[in-house]
Design a protein around this ligand. Structure first.
Ligand code: FMN
Length: 175
């Protein structure tokens, strides 16, 4: 099923889900979510980003030991970047890998929402412990673990969801 949800509705509806239904997510839906990440833009199109799509029960269980943000999502999309492959800004030497990974992770998160799924971006994990559970992580910085799944019936936004700085604090116009 593709929702093609109106974008404004999608970004307003999205919230951090901390109660997932264990029901597996259909492979064709996972494929569409990953395709969104694959086509995300990266600096100078260097594409220094890789995704580990974890659905096997043993790894999902082991990951519980490397993060306290564990809410039973049946799909974890671990987003990593390879600084050695990324664009570097000439003016100050800043490496663009993490920005690229964040864009990919955001695309994955919003694509999952567009499929009617719930998501949680998890950044609080032990990166070395997580890397040890995944193949081919040498040279990668693991940036985000996007939890994806159907929301449990009890799932609801936390109070943080509506706590945002007011627009006048958020933006500075210089017209
Ligand atoms: C970079 C990043 C890292 C995050 N890491 C975690 C995390 O480790 N655990 C968690 O429960 N939520 C995590 N979150 C979710 C935020 O707490 C949440 O987005 C914020 O409180 C706003 O709530 P909302 O997403 O429901 O609007 C993270 C979000 C971002 C963007």
């Amino acid at each position: 099923m593709t929702n093609n949800m109106d974008f404004t509705t999608l970004i307003q509806n999205r919230y951090s889900c901390r109660a997932f239904d264990p029901k597996p997510v259909e492979q064709e839906i996972i494929d569409r979510i990953l395709e969104a990440g694959r086509i995300a833009p990266t600096a100078v199109n260097k594409q220094p980003v890789h995704v580990w799509a974890v659905t096997d029960a043993a790894t999902l269980a082991a990951i519980q030991d490397v993060t306290r943000s564990n809410y039973g999502a049946p799909v974890l999309l671990v987003v990593g970047c390879r600084p050695a492959d990324a664009w570097v800004r000439r003016y100050d030497g800043k490496n663009g890998a993490e920005v690229d990974a964040s864009i990919v992770a955001t695309y994955l998160m919003l694509a999952a929402e567009n499929e009617g799924l719930a998501t949680l971006w998890v950044g609080s994990f032990d990166p070395a412990g997580l890397a040890a559970l995944l193949p081919g992580t040498d040279g990668y910085d693991l940036v985000a673990m996007i939890n994806v799944g159907y929301p449990a019936p009890t799932s609801a936004p936390s109070p943080q969801h509506t706590r945002r700085v007011p627009m006048e604090e958020f933006v500075t116009y210089k017209k």
